[in-house]
Design a protein around this ligand. Structure first.
Ligand code: MRU
Length: 379
């Protein structure tokens, strides 16, 4: 079945897509974001000069994906510090911009702690701002390194689980270089398989309602020259039934201490399908996504997003300021209520393995995750 699909990758385009960068023009430092709400139609940059602008970019999903939210949050603290704004206020606003991806809080707290440590030692705000920026740069670098290591561990796991090779991998949402300082999480594993000549096809869920799969993963897959095919989320069941999926690879926004995985809404149904069809369901995430302070899946706060994202189709998905609705084309009768959780939670018993930069956890248990976190703290 897969072979009937023409390869639609464009291998001539560069695979590196810097999702954000710090710049220091004469007017003062800025954080430059690739506005992901405008992709794939336009590659437009968004320049943030202060934390409120970054908070808005996070809420509108101009910058998104768990690891990148952490990096952006850290730079946001540095931006406030370097420009002389209230750093405590900026950190609080950034940390609460979106609730589910724990990486955001981790990134903000790291840069904030670096800033406060210098002040506590009697340093001046300029030195403290330098420390916050150094912390953000370090996190950015570490995230790129973690990507590369996750890709290596993930490919080894795929090869072990699927010795016949020719992997046909289904993925959901967007987990490549648009969400990372490196090549991402789940997508980085698929990319490693592609480079090793072992990826037969990447099945890309469109990922309703904001279409991160169609708009962003297909964009990244095309740039990487991968053989990929886009499907509606609801077509996944028939794809499994046809025997066309060898493994599911997804990222995570928060992994609770018991191994419950919050990820883009639609991940949990894939885990159920995967179990029914005896297909491995693999989660790829850096250790910073594991949150020992969240005991279980029920304790994870799932972000609820505006109903207009479901009742309207908009491209780009930028809400029109000052209106209740999003300014898109209505696809439901006016006044229709929508249920729009941004994430769902997959229980640990449905997760075959969690791949991190520190290694693979399988089976997924609270003890194994606690050991992983302890190991990573020692490094
Ligand atoms: O709402 P988004 O687009 O920020 O959601 C992103 C996801 O759910 C990703 O799958 C997750 O952050 C993992 S990315 C490495």
């Amino acid at each position: 079945m897969a072979d009937q699909y023409a390869d639609n990758g464009d291998s001539k385009r560069p695979t590196e897509i810097p999702a954000l960068r710090w710049e220091e023009p004469p007017e003062g430092p800025v954080l430059v974001l690739l506005d992901q709400t405008r992709l794939p139609a336009e590659e437009v940059e968004l320049v943030c000069t202060d934390a409120p602008a970054l908070v808005e970019a996070i809420r509108s999903l101009a910058v998104r994906g768990a690891p990148l939210l952490g990096v952006a949050g850290a730079y946001g603290v540095a931006l406030a510090a370097v420009r002389g704004y209230d750093v405590d206020e900026a950190a609080a606003a950034l940390e609460s911009a979106r609730p589910t991806a724990v990486n955001l809080a981790v990134g903000v707290r790291r840069a904030h702690a670096a800033y406060r440590a210098v002040i506590a030692d009697g340093g001046d705000p300029r030195q403290a701002a330098g420390a916050a920026l150094a912390a953000a740069r370090r996190l950015h670098r570490e995230d790129a390194e973690a990507s590369a290591r996750m890709a290596g561990h993930g490919l080894a796991l795929l090869d072990e689980l699927l010795p016949a090779g020719g992997h046909r991998v289904l993925t959901h949402c967007n987990t490549g270089s648009l969400v990372s300082g490196g090549e991402g999480t789940a997508f980085a594993v698929a990319l490693a398989a592609h480079r090793a000549g072992r990826l037969r096809r990447l099945w890309v869920d469109e990922t309703r309602p904001l279409l991160q799969g169609a708009r962003l993963t297909a964009y990244e897959a095309a740039r990487s020259g991968m053989a990929y095919t886009l499907l509606t989320d609801s077509a996944a069941g028939s794809l499994f039934a046809a025997g066309e999926v060898d493994a599911v690879l997804v990222g995570a926004d928060r992994i609770a201490a018991d191994g419950s995985v919050a990820n883009k809404v639609g991940s949990y149904p894939l885990a159920v399908l995967a179990r029914y069809h005896h297909v491995p369901f693999i989660v790829v995430a850096p250790v910073t996504t594991v949150d020992p302070a969240t005991p279980d899946g029920a304790s994870i706060e799932v972000e609820q997003r505006p109903g207009h994202e479901v009742t309207e189709v908009t491209a780009p998905q930028v809400p029109v300021a000052g209106t209740e609705a999003g300014g898109g084309i209505p696809v439901a009768p006016l006044g229709t209520q929508a249920y729009n959780p941004a994430f769902d939670v997959t229980p640990p018993e449905l997760v075959t393995a969690i791949v991190t930069e520190e290694g693979v956890v399988s089976p997924v248990t609270a003890d194994a995750l606690a050991a992983l976190c302890a190991r990573s703290r020692q490094v």
